[in-house]
Design a binder for this molecule. Structure first.
Ligand code: GLA
Length: 701
């Protein structure tokens, strides 16, 4: 999960790391269906990552037969097979892949092809060493791992484009190829620190600022004698640099990876049927190496790889990742990889419990996934990931988890009709801004400031009052939401403030958390107190912020509790601003002062929460927010440990209920619903640990 991802990446870097009916036959166009629900195929897909290039062809059919028996109906293939597809420069061999795709079709298994650019072949990197990334210390990475290509190398881009083009030419009209995954995990956003990359960054800055005086002004380079007189004086930041430079570098990183992705999509698209989708393999909320909103733009839909690592599924943490990935394009997602029991890259690679993999698959579906794919089918006999969980052992026979996955396949096909055309529709949005996240992390002010922890506290509390939450970019249309919460939206330039105010004026309820509205788009302090351009509408401002040494009592109409880590002293200045919470005795500055202020504005309201609230207070705040904004969930709050998720279709809704607590729980339904896994009408459920119920609700369109 999020906190483990960096470790996992580090490990990888160190260790080296339904039937295919063409659309014509169906007589309809791809655009008539939501893109993630593949025309003519199951609505809920079960998948696995299959590496035929690692096995003799004589074995393939056995594997595919075993997949088909488990109702696996999609395989992702070839994303690391560059050296097999192009064994020497310009010499392509696809006969093996033709055969694999054909055999998969014979077993009613659709194919997603990955472009293999996350692992260039040795002939390429050795003949053209500039295609390898250079580390900040000037060392080129060596061959033998993956993600070693330089995203800024023109030569590397040329080779990537060519293999992608050759694949598209060959398979762009293949009836059993349903879509494409570009690259794999986008090199974890790693950059090359060579002179060429630096020059490209300087050119990018020049195109953006036009004049050095504009750049010097926005970055306040008079500070510490940073003034630049020539573009080529500007360094690549490697930490501890000017915040304006750091933010622009991250934007350049985003630009470089987006260009890398489009470099492939642009040559492929004209060669492919429009029914074939383009997706990428992202890594959830926690990975913030680049701005995912930018990279997801040219994709048909977003996929991500969902791993728990050590421990067990935390439905809130994992739900945040699902909802954030779904929010990138506001469209259903694919879980193109997930763990078959356990991984090999975390400090303790424990297995998920019996039944937990199934519960996790349904949790994925509840949060908007249309496909769940297990990585991987079978471990290669050698290679860096031999001990990772699989569905088949080294002897080619199923491992114990295979049966559980087969059960998932059976259930997916049993209930898929109810999910057709459904998506997650939410009344609440949480705002996610990569630029604010980077900027806070560079100047945390207290090591204890944990943005994810704060987001999770809001998410967890609000999820009790809703069966779904969207996590979206602040700049998208927010009109559909009754309540929009920004836990810590640091960068609020004027345009963004106007956009948020327009939402409030038309009846939206906006809640800002601590540190909001402190900076502009250049990562410079705004020349006003927080929340900057929103202070007037709030009828209050932040007089001062304080990093707390210890927790502080707080009390008000929300009840009594404690705040910790961060506290802002609010100063109301409008007659209709209402104080909901005040600080108790603490550092002498905060005692008796407002911690939360709310004010009606236009047809809606704007609220500022200036501190990190403890569980009691955040729950009270969530209840208040839900009431104020008129959130009306179908289910009353359910017992702790039960997750309820809803997908809405044109005529009915489907609810996914899962018990993640060790005790058996009883859930009383708001009215009779149809339980689809056991075909009966129910008004009450008893769910044991990891128990799942899929309920169709005709009353709730
Ligand atoms: C990632 C990669 C896969 C594999 C798995 C292992 O998600 O995309 O190739 O390494 O991790 O967990």
């Amino acid at each position: 999960m999020r906190s483990l991802r960096p470790l996992r990446i580090l490990n990888l870097v160190i260790l080296g790391a339904g039937l295919a009916l063409p659309l014509v036959m169906l007589g309809k166009s791809a655009s008539q269906d939501p893109p993630t629900q593949l025309p003519g195929r199951n609505t809920l897909l079960l998948g696995t990552a299959w590496y035929p290039e690692q096995w003799p062809e004589s074995r393939w059919e056995t594997d595919l037969r075993m997949m088909e028996a488990a109702r696996i109906n999609v395989v992702r293939v070839a994303e690391f097979a560059w050296s097999t597809m192009e064994p020497s420069e310009g010499h392509f061999e696809f006969a093996w892949l033709d055969h694999a795709i054909r055999l998969a079709g014979k077993h009613h298994i659709a194919v997603v092809l990955g472009t293999p650019t996350a692992a260039p072949p040795a002939w390429l990197t050795q003949k053209y060493p500039d295609t390898l990334r250079m580390e900040p210390d000037g060392r080129r990475v060596t061959h033998g791992n993956r993600a070693q290509g330089s995203v800024t190398s023109a030569k590397y881009l040329e080779f990537c484009r060519r293999i992608a083009q050759e694949m598209a030419r060959r398979y762009g009209h293949d009836p059993n190829v349903v879509g494409w995954q570009i690259d794999n995990e986008y090199g974890y956003a790693q950059m090359s620190y060579d002179d060429d990359a630096r020059r490209q960054f300087q050119d990018w800055l020049k195109a953006k600022y036009k004049t050095l005086s504009a750049l010097n002004e926005h970055w306040t380079t008079a500070y510490w004698s940073q003034t630049y007189d020539n573009w080529d004086e500007i360094p690549i930041p490697i930490g501890g640099h000017n915040p304006g430079l750091m933010l622009d570098w991250k934007r350049f990183v985003t630009f470089a990876w987006a260009r890398y992705q489009e470099n492939q999509i642009d040559v492929m698209k004209p060669l492919c049927d429009p029914r074939q989708f383009f997706t990428g393999n992202f890594m959830g909320y926690g990975f913030n190496g680049f701005d995912h909103y930018v990279l997801s733009r040219p994709l048909t839909f977003v996929s991500w790889d969902d791993y728990v690592g050590t421990g067990h599924l935390d439905p809130d943490a994992n739900g945040i990742s699902h909802d954030a990935m779904r929010g990138l394009k506001r469209e259903n997602i694919w879980i193109i990889e997930t763990q078959p029991g356990f991984v090999n890259w975390s400090p303790l690679n424990n297995s998920l419990d019996k039944g937990e993999v199934r519960a996790m698959a349904w949790h994925d579906i509840g949060h908007g996934a249309d496909e769940v794919g297990y990585w991987q089918w079978r471990s290669a006999f050698n290679g860096q990931e031999e001990l990772h969980g699989t569905l088949v052992g080294p002897d080619g026979e199923p491992v114990p988890l295979y049966e559980e996955v087969a059960q998932i396949g059976k259930e997916f096909s049993q209930v898929q009709g109810a999910f057709r055309g459904t998506r997650v529709v939410s009344e609440i949005a949480l705002l996610n801004d990569y630029e604010s996240r980077w900027a806070i992390d560079w100047q945390k002010h207290t090591a204890k400031y944990d943005q994810f922890g704060i987001l999770k506290s809001y998410y967890r509390a609000l999820r009790k009052f809703s069966q779904s939450i969207d996590i979206v970019n602040p700049d998208v249309s927010l009109d559909q939401y009754k309540l929009v919460v920004a836990p810590d939206l640091y960068l609020i330039p004027k345009v963004r403030a106007e956009h948020l105010l327009a939402y409030v004026k038309t009846g939206g309820h906006l809640v800002l958390g601590p540190r909001s509205g402190m900076k502009d788009e250049f990562n410079a302090l705004l020349p006003m107190r927080q929340p900057g351009y929103l202070a007037e509408a709030l009828g209050a401002r932040v007089d001062q912020f304080y990093a707390l040494e210890k927790s502080v009592p707080a009390t008000g109409s929300l009840g009594e509790g404690e705040v910790s880590v961060w506290a802002e002293l609010l100063r109301p200045n409008a007659p209709d601003s209402e104080v909901l919470l005040r600080y108790g005795k603490s550092n002498g500055w905060l005692g008796g002062q407002p911690a939360i202020v709310t004010r009606p504005f236009g047809r809606g309201s704007i609220t500022y929460i200036g501190a990190v609230l403890n569980e009691k207070l955040i729950n009270a705040a969530a209840q208040w927010m839900a009431r104020e904004s008129g959130i009306a969930p179908v289910f009353d709050p359910v017992p702790d440990g039960i997750e309820v998720s809803r997908r809405a279709g044109p005529n009915s809704s489907v609810f996914v209920l899962i018990n993640f607590s060790p005790e058996t729980q009883t859930v009383t339904l708001p009215h009779t619903m149809r339980s689809l896994l056991d075909s009966r009408d129910v008004t009450q459920l008893h769910l044991t640990q990891y128990g799942v119920a899929i309920l169709s609700d005709a009353k709730q369109p």
